[in-house]
Design a protein around this ligand. Structure first.
Ligand SMILES: [Mg+2]
Length: 304
């Protein structure tokens, strides 16, 4: 019998040129942060540049931190780097922190995450999308393939994805649109939602049951991501023969599916750290691709 494959596709950085988009996002984020903190823009810009240099010099020390746990290393993606810089600017002064706590009270997510999310969602909604070459062809071929069921899963809000997909003349499945092709969109899936109290552990083979994946002397990846786990589990329960996750961020989107026994394809960007590429390429369920055509051939080969 033919094999049915679910392809869970990340959006930013996987289908788009996130490095280019992040330049625009940084300008918006700095302006918004200056307003929120009530400080002059040049001061925010100076801090931004200083912290950016520091993160890139010593990336093992900088995370985007959520609920007190590391969600990803800051330098694994252009948007993540922007978010972490904003986080570090706010942390740099008690008065900034105080302001954020008042403006963004905790409700499942800490005030810092709520503030940086607000800047991210409001900022990226305005950013012009630069799709990578071949993305429309890839998505249409997956949508039309009888054995492949693609879904776009992302932290970003569904409305941003739907708005950007319009440029490719692709609609969101189930929504009103005027396009001949449509695709499922699962927006606001919080791969970054960390929970220190979550008790689930994963069988890693040689290291036994783990919650934190050891990589090397400098890097680890925390797997305590109950929201992402539940989203993946729901798809696994739909009974596909294989579930494949494709993303450009390993800590955020790749480590957990591999720990759950799923296939993971790392789509490289200019930000991909060497250790993530090495980990994924040597994992029995992992693959690394450099571009969209290569990704398309690999996905189609899974059902041939
Ligand atoms: Mg991404």
């Amino acid at each position: 019998m033919a094999k049915r494959v679910k392809v869970i596709m990340d959006f930013d950085g996987t289908l788009t040129d996130e490095g280019r988009q992040a330049l625009e996002l940084a300008t918006i984020a700095k302006g918004m942060l200056a307003d929120i903190l009530g400080v002059p823009l040049p001061r925010i810009e100076a801090s931004y540049n200083r912290i950016r240099q520091r993160i890139l010099r010593t990336p093992q020390h900088f995370h985007w931190e959520v609920n007190g746990l590391p969600a990803t290393y800051a330098y694994e993606g252009a948007y993540l780097l922007n978010t972490t810089i904003v986080q570090e600017i706010i942390r740099s002064k008690p008065a900034y922190l105080h302001k954020i706590r008042k403006l963004y009270p905790t409700d499942g997510l800490d005030p810092m995450t709520k503030c940086t999310n607000h800047l991210f969602h409001a900022g990226t909604f305005q950013v012009h999308p630069y799709f990578l070459d071949g993305v429309r062809t890839l998505l249409v071929s997956l949508i039309e393939h009888p054995l492949i069921d693609p879904v776009i899963m992302t932290n970003s809000e569904t409305r941003k994805i739907t708005k950007n997909l319009r440029k490719l003349r692709i609609g969101q499945r189930g929504a009103r649109h005027k396009f001949p092709h449509e695709i499922d969109v699962l927006g606001d899936t919080r791969q970054y939602h960390m929970d220190p109290a979550w008790e689930q552990a994963f069988d890693s083979g040689k290291n036994g049951l783990i919650q934190v994946l050891p990589i090397n002397e400098h890097f680890t990846v925390d797997l305590r991501r109950p929201v992402y786990h539940a989203a993946l589990q729901r798809i696994m329960d739909e009974g596909y023969d294989q579930v494949v996750v494709v993303a450009d961020g390993f800590s955020l989107a790749g480590a957990l599916p591999l720990a759950m026994g799923l296939r993971f394809i790392l789509k490289k960007t200019d930000f991909t750290p060497a250790w993530t590429e090495e980990y994924v390429s040597t994992h029995p369920n992992g693959s690394v691709v450099s571009g969209i055509p290569e990704l398309g051939s690999l996905l189609r080969s899974l059902v041939e």
